[in-house]
Design a protein around this ligand. Structure first.
Ligand code: HEM
Length: 463
């Protein structure tokens, strides 16, 4: 049975375009077939159907345990990174149970505990930057995000293991920094271990060293358990499923790497985009500063999180360039029809996040950054979906949004920044994310005088 609306472009060209310029690839595809099309691209092991019409997205994502199953094997491309016992590799009941263990530590209310940690890390990293000297905002917020994950998720603060992991994790992620090297992740054929001089060999070596450090940390934590710890690893180690079982060392290792990989590039890329838009449109920065001012000297992190204009700016940042262009795949389990196209079992479908967010009928002038559009109307979870939908909806959404808001509030209220160039940023592939091609070059023009710290100091260990 033919797949719906296959793109009339030779397979090799499609694959190359998807790696080198995914935005142009998606735009061209949607011009021809705005609602549904079949792409012949890398990363899925077969052609994949993009659905970009909210009604169809709804139909797929409310049925993604049964008719359009979120199968773990459809995510095989990530296995070398995250192992085979990670949430992303599970499906059915095992996936459901694992999410039940993972979700409580990421609940919105729990985030309050990480407020001062995020503030302190941002302040520490930013206070080391020189005045009037260009820096890459993406690299700086990447460091912030990595430290947040190491401290809030892994529960590591200082010491040899913390420093070694920090360095190795950043190096491992750097393998995928350009569109070309991203293909090592997307094309299994290129994953050849030719020793330390080859990119894949280097990646494997780094992964092995990271594993050694993580297993050592897990072993030590088991030996010296501390009920006062509130980092996510500690919470996961003490969590038990319905049958009373807790997670094994391998499962903990796979989840830690998953949370790192799923959380670190994504959140830092989103913050970098936000910094870009806020400074590209100075009127937005002024409005944000006025809003932050209304909170007074000791704002509670939860009050920052509730600021309406800041929320709209974050929403619009994740609309215009959603960090992930598509959801994880869903696999058709029984014959179905979507928008009049019969589709057979085994067909792989993804929700086209980028293209849905660019639908003119939902978002007039979709190329324009307009936070106000979130004031004017509410969007359904199938019209606005930067964190996906259904059974695989992002576990780290609350942490990501909390971190984005606190990091931005800390930077804006402490530093006067400018973009180095007035040229618009273009979006470019970085691994599986859509990142600013020029890494958002900025300059600190001055430090704002702050009477008191934005958020009172505290540690991540409960008193
Ligand atoms: C701005 C930042 C982020 C964005 C845009 C984002 C986006 C997404 C998207 C689109 C999915 C796929 C959902 C689907 O297929 O329906 C996903 C899944 C996931 N995300 Fe995030 N994410 C972000 C941050 C985080 C953070 C901070 C963490 C954890 C520390 C995290 C952990 C996960 C996990 C574990 C999954 C897989 C869930 C599953 O397989 O059941 N993400 N994310």
């Amino acid at each position: 049975m033919p797949l719906p609306n296959p793109l009339p472009i030779p397979s090799l060209i499609q694959k190359l375009q998807w790696i080198v310029d995914p935005v142009q690839y998606l735009k061209k595809a949607a011009k021809k077939y705005p609602d549904i099309f079949t792409a012949d691209i890398v990363g899925y092991g077969c052609p994949v159907v993009f659905v970009n019409h909210p009604q169809v997205i709804r139909e797929v994502f409310i049925n993604d345990r049964k008719k359009f199953a979120a199968l773990g094997e459809a995510n095989n491309v990530f296995e070398p990174l995250i192992g085979n016992t990670s949430t992303i590799m599970l499906d059915g009941d095992r996936h459901k149970q694992r999410r039940q263990l993972l979700m409580p530590p990421f609940h919105g209310e729990r985030m309050r505990a990480y407020g001062s940690l995020i503030y302190n890390i941002t302040e520490k990293v930013f206070s080391q930057l020189p005045l009037n000297k260009s820096f890459s905002a993406r690299n700086v917020v990447q460091e912030i995000s990595l430290l947040v994950i190491l401290e809030a998720v892994f529960g590591l603060h200082e010491g040899k293991r913390y420093c070694a992991l920090k360095q190795l994790l950043a190096l491992m992620m750097d393998v995928f920094k350009s569109p070309l090297t991203s293909s090592f992740l997307l094309v299994p054929f290129l994953q050849k271990d030719l020793g330390l001089w080859s990119p894949w060999g280097r990646f494997l070596h780094q992964r092995q060293r990271i594993d050694q450090l993580l297993y050592a940390e897990i072993r030590e934590r088991r030996e010296q358990s501390d009920p006062n710890r509130i980092d996510i690893l500690s919470l996961l180690m003490s969590a038990k499923d319905e049958t009373g079982n807790s997670m094994t060392d391998q499962e903990l290792r796979d989840e830690l790497i998953t949370l790192l990989l799923a959380g670190y590039e994504t959140t830092s890329t989103a913050i970098a985009w936000a910094l870009y838009w806020i400074h590209y449109k100075p009127e937005i920065r002024e409005k944000l500063l006025q809003e932050l001012h209304t909170l007074g000297d000791y704002p509670d992190p939860m009050n920052i999180v509730r600021l309406p204009y800041l929320t709209n700016v974050i929403n619009e940042t994740l609309r215009i360039y959603p960090v992930l262009m598509a959801t994880l795949p869903r696999v058709v389990q029984e014959p179905v029809e979507l928008l009049g196209h019969p589709i057979e079992p085994g067909t792989v479908i993804v929700g086209g996040i980028y293209l849905t967010h660019r639908r003119e009928s939902l978002y007039p002038n979709p190329e324009e950054f307009q936070p106000e559009r979130f004031l004017d109307r509410q969007f359904s979870p199938y019209e606005y979906m930067p964190f996906g939908a259904g059974v695989r909806r992002c576990i780290g959404e609350a942490l990501a949004v909390f971190e984005m808001k606190l990091v931005l509030a800390t930077i804006l209220s402490g530093y006067q920044l400018e973009l180095e160039s007035s040229q618009p940023e273009k979006a470019q592939r970085r691994g599986v994310t859509l990142a600013p091609a020029n890494a958002v070059k900025m300059v600190i023009k001055g430090r704002r005088v702050r009477q008191k710290s934005l958020i009172p100091m505290a540690t991540t260990t409960a008193p």
